[in-house]
Design a protein around this ligand. Structure first.
Ligand SMILES: Nc1ncnc2c1ncn2[C@@H]1O[C@H](COP(=O)(O)OP(=O)(O)O)[C@@H](O)[C@H]1O
Ligand SMILES: [Mg+2]
Length: 499
């Protein structure tokens, strides 16, 4: 635009000042020409052009001096300039009086064969417009997805229509646990309730440390809960343990009561929680370290542990049935003592489930997991038949026998009891290697000592007999959890013990 006016001004000034030698007359539309009858005289050429400024068609007719007809043959003034279209230079009197039309968009313009304004606009704005359109569509789709995702999250976490059934303000932990044990699903609370519960727990203090992380006491609605916190690296262990605890029909008074699993992403790392019932006595290991036990308590502890293990091992058929489960890390640190001095089997992280239909195990089991001190001889020497699910149950029974030995040593009979000791305390160092254990258990075929004086007390005699039958080198010859449970039930009746 500015170029056009400069061009017109230059031409007009020259038209006014210049006196040509061989002149010709041209039509002229500039203001200066008006007093000259809208014509001008020049020694160069007449020029006519149309312009389409602001969408309005205008005709421009001017004189061009010879000096300005450079370069010869294709003078600059006769070429296109911004805003000028369809330029025509000619060299006879009034030859620029011809009528010029603004070229249509589709025909090539007079701008020296280049792009016309409309084309340029179309070429630049078209792709830009398309790009914007694509961006808008992308943005819309992204927002739509986000909204749908948030909506789903809200439904999962705090859908009031479902939450109120479980989590009305006045409902306590006891109510929740009652719901759990009576709920039809048989596998625990709905996931969104689990999450809501987990996210409203206030952690209080560390109560234990194990393989994967810390165990905390937490408070929820006036009640205590235990929170096992896994590090992000242990996500697979967290998932596996939560999965096992949510096995249909697993709930049992002698298996740690599972409440919730939650994976909370705080932006930097993921906190992995397993929430369960809290037992203030802690593990059986802790309990036996602190207290000796009466015959009654010994039988209660032993019978409840056998009941828990029998339930874990048992396969229940039917749609509401449960698969057989082997623990694979049974020991006094993984058994909790409840207020009523019954046991609850905990730490199911290494457990395996049996699918009896296909006679397969639900994960590929590695040969030697668990705690070396409690490993059965066939696990230590790797002769265990891992294709056979019952092998894992037999290995659990061996470990249960060791736990019974730990309990029985603490039994107060006739005023005598022994100090707490771990099994094989006198035969291997602390934190023994597999090799050290194998030498003692497989090669020397040694087992924890059963003192003779136990024979004098019926309860200890029965316990001693059970232990021996749990420790056979041949796994298949060992007692089953159910058999142990029955024997101890009889003993408790005999001893007039209320369990
Ligand atoms: N529900 C609970 N109540 C009280 N103490 C617990 C509870 N769960 C675990 N503990 C304590 O934390 C310890 C470690 O817990 P555990 O589940 O065995 O974790 P890990 O898999 O790390 O071994 C237990 O030996 C016990 O002392
Ligand atoms: Mg443990």
């Amino acid at each position: 635009m500015a170029n056009l006016w400069i061009l017109l001004a230059v031409v007009a000034v020259q038209a006014a000042l210049y006196r040509p030698c061989e002149s010709l007359w041209c039509n002229c539309t500039t203001a200066q020409c008006e007093k000259n009858g809208s014509r001008c005289e020049t020694d160069g050429a007449c020029m006519a052009s149309t312009s389409a400024i602001d969408g309005q068609e205008q005709h421009i007719r001017i004189c061009i001096t010879r000096d300005n007809l450079v370069p010869p043959g294709q003078p600059f003034y006769c070429l296109g300039a911004e805003g000028l279209l369809n330029i025509h230079c000619c060299y006879t009197d009034y030859c620029n009086s011809i009528d010029l039309k603004v070229p249509s968009v589709t025909t090539p313009s007079g701008l020296g064969g280049g792009w016309g304004l409309v084309e340029l606009v179309a070429v630049i704005a078209g792709p830009l417009f398309l790009l914007c359109l694509l961006l808008l569509v992308g943005l819309f789709l992204y927002q739509y997805h986000q909204r749908a995702y948030n909506h789903r999250q809200r439904l999962e976490v705090e859908d009031p229509s479902c939450d109120h059934l479980y989590l009305a303000k006045d409902r306590t932990l006891q109510d929740l646990i009652y719901d759990l044990s009576t709920s039809g699903s048989g596998s625990g609370l709905p996931l969104f309730v689990q999450r809501t519960v987990a996210r409203t727990i206030v952690l209080q203090e560390i109560i234990g440390k194990g393989r994967f992380g810390e165990v905390w006491r937490g408070r929820w609605r006036g009640g205590d809960v235990a929170v096992k916190i896994f590090s992000s690296r242990e996500e697979r262990s967290w998932f596996r343990e939560a999965e096992i605890y949510q096995t249909i029909m697993l709930r049992h008074e002698n298996i740690l009561g599972f409440i919730a699993a939650d994976n909370k992403d705080n932006g930097t790392w993921t906190q992995l929680w397993l929430v369960s019932d809290y037992h203030e006595h802690g593990s059986l290991f802790d309990y036996l370290n602190h207290y000796s036990v009466t015959t009654e308590v010994m039988i209660k502890l032993a019978l409840s542990a056998a009941s828990g293990l029998a339930h874990l091992h048992m396969e229940i058929l039917g749609t509401q049935g449960k698969p057989g489960i082997a623990h694979r890390d049974l020991k006094s640190k993984n058994i909790l003592v409840k207020k009523n001095l019954n046991c609850a089997i905990a730490d199911l992280g290494l457990a395996v489930r049996h699918d009896s239909a296909s006679d397969t195990i639900d994960i590929a089991p590695n040969q030697r997991v668990g705690t070396k001190r409690y490993m059965a001889p066939e696990v230590l020497d790797e002769t265990i038949n891992m294709r056979h699910f019952d092998s894992f149950k037999c290995a659990d029974i061996y470990a249960l026998g060791l736990v019974y030995w730990e309990i029985a040593r603490r039994c107060n009979s006739g005023g005598i009891h022994e100090e707490y000791q771990l099994p094989y305390y006198d035969l291997v160092p602390s934190d023994p290697s597999i090799e050290e254990m194998r030498k003692v258990v497989c090669d020397q075929k040694l087992r924890p000592n059963i003192p003779n004086w136990w024979q004098s007390y019926e309860a200890l005699r029965v316990m001693g007999k059970i232990m021996r039958e749990c420790w056979y080198a041949n796994g298949a010859a060992r007692l089953t959890a159910l058999r142990i449970k029955k024997t101890l039930s009889q003993l408790s009746i005999q001893e007039d013990i209320k369990v």
